[in-house]
Design a protein around this ligand. Sequence first.
Ligand SMILES: [Zn+2]
Length: 191
Amino acid sequence: MEKTIPEYKIYKYWFDKDLKLISNCKSRGFIFSNLFHCSSSYFKKKYEPLDLITRILTHKNREQRSAFFRFLSGYCFLFTQSCMKCGFTTPDSIHFLLNCPFFITERTEYLQKVRKMLSNHFPTILPDFNHSITNDKKTAVLILFGANTKTKNPNGNITFFRNPLKPFHALNSIPAHTADFATKIISVFNS
Ligand SMILES: [Zn+2]
């Protein structure tokens, strides 16, 4: 009798392939590939890296979910050769969410909400977030997209990823704020 391959193994195989492609897109795939790396417990039972949309962004409308995933995947019509507002070369999610001077007022409000959430519920993460904001911003942006677990990578650096076993974690309100801010950014260019 033919042996049945468990469904999660098939998902894992294809996800691994997709992830390699995304990871090879230099900075574009950085957020997605770090949040949902293949060794994570997303693959213990079933494939559900999109729990972000099915659980966390469930109260957001289509426009907000779409804006969130454009920024998460690194594929958005704003990510062109240069920023249409400030002229920065090859702008990406980090540029618009954390650097572009055009959005400074909205960003201040957004980051205040995020810091309040971290300081109320995860004071141990706040220093990592603040340190990252003033440095390469990579850890900060992972937290903004739903990373909820701190870990050490093979070279000893602290990094964050998304652990699906914490589905109702209080940190989940942070990606919802990110969806709102990404929507505001896109609406400026669409108006
Ligand atoms: Zn800009």
